[in-house]
Design a protein around this ligand. Structure first.
Ligand code: PEP
Ligand code: MN
Length: 338
């Protein structure tokens, strides 16, 4: 159930309401808005039947939420959520570009790549240091050393960065280095990890699992929001299908569906979505045309030498061309490239 408080409701009244909800064995989650505050009540709503919401002087409305996910639903927050990632606003009318290599490999590789994508118009950086590879013999990422490099380059280039987290124990370290969290496709259903990032305020880029439905993704996001972290960005990155011509099948359908169901920003990763360098740009443009709030693109200063995903990483000059092609598409759908 969603309880919308009237504007100007006092802190004391709000606390009283929260205490009443808790006393009935339910979990209240306070969502502070710019106009009004909302209390989302998690648990069996029948326990609240004795409260007369209609005649309550401080309650504007109380509505049951029928979807299995509650806090991520547009039924609760009709307006688009805008998330501040180190000073870059993701969501709303903005279209944001996140770019960088699949993996952090060295200071020189990161600096060269970050400077190139920044110059071309990317605002946010990406780079994995803990890599979930299919083979145990493949490059597993530079770990802590890579995190130091990412953090330094992120500061030097003024580009807030995302990096994948796979274990709860690494969260402190990633936060200390100022990076935002990425939860990868393989961990989208790792509920311990979702709960742990939910107990922080650092933004989370949550990627859709390769065998996850749209509702599975929304429920994974719900795990994070219901712990108190509202800063979740969803990412469509392709799903496994019977098609073998491409690495995954980028589910462009997910964009309008997610945009209708949730207020959270929706980013598209065409690099993993299609998995072949020369097809990344058309899918990036398609994502913008379909209403995504941004894209995440793998770019490497020298893709042939990349330690992971070089086959789908753009050369810096290809990224420049992508940004040039993107501008009119973003403008045509009434968005602003930030
Ligand atoms: C990545 O972003 O490099 C990555 C591993 O992505 P995904 O989790 O979508 O496979
Ligand atoms: Mn990758």
């Amino acid at each position: 159930m969603i309880i919308v408080l009237k504007p100007g409701t006092s802190i004391e009244t709000t606390k009283e309401l929260i205490a009443t909800i808790e006393a009935k064995g339910l979990k209240p989650v306070m969502l502070e808005g710019t106009q009004r505050n909302v209390i989302a009540v998690i648990g069996d709503e029948r326990a609240l039947q004795s409260i007369n919401f209609e005649s309550h002087p401080d309650i504007e409305k109380a509505t049951p939420v029928l979807t299995p996910y509650k806090l991520v639903s547009r039924e609760i927050y009709p307006a688009n959520t805008v998330i501040d990632v180190g000073g870059v606003a993701v969501g709303g009318n903005n279209f944001v570009v996140i770019a960088g290599p699949c993996s952090v490999e060295s200071y020189a590789q990161m600096t060269e790549t970050a400077a190139a994508v920044r110059e071309a118009g990317a605002r946010l950086l990406r780079g994995g240091v803990f890599k979930p590879r299919s083979s145990p013999y493949a490059f597993q990422g530079l770990g802590v050393d890579g995190l130091g490099i990412l953090s330094q380059v992120s500061r030097e280039q003024s580009m807030p960065a995302f990096t994948e987290v796979m274990e709860v124990k690494d969260l402190d370290m990633v936060e200390e280095q100022g990076a935002a969290f990425q939860i990868g496709a393989r961990n989208m259903k790792n509920t311990r990890l979702l709960t742990a990032v939910g107990q922080r305020k650092t933004p989370v880029l949550l990627k859709r699992g390769m065998a996850a439905t749209i509702d599975d993704l929304l429920l994974a996001a719900e795990y994070i929001l219901c712990e108190g972290n509202p800063n979740v960005i969803l990412c469509e990155r392709g799903i496994s299908t019977f098609e073998t011509s491409t690495r995954n099948t980028l589910d462009l359908n997910a964009i309008p569906v997610l945009k209708e169901k949730t207020h959270l920003p929706v980013i598209v990763d065409p690099s993993h979505g299609i998995g072949v360098r020369r097809w990344v740009t058309p899918m990036a443009l398609a994502a913008a045309a379909a209403g995504a709030d941004g894209i995440m693109v793998e770019v490497h200063n020298s893709p042939k030498d990349a330690l992971s995903d070089g086959h789908q990483s753009l050369h810096p000059d290809e990224f420049v061309a992508l940004m040039k092609a993107l501008r009119p598409v973003v403008a045509a759908v009434g968005r602003e490239l930030v």
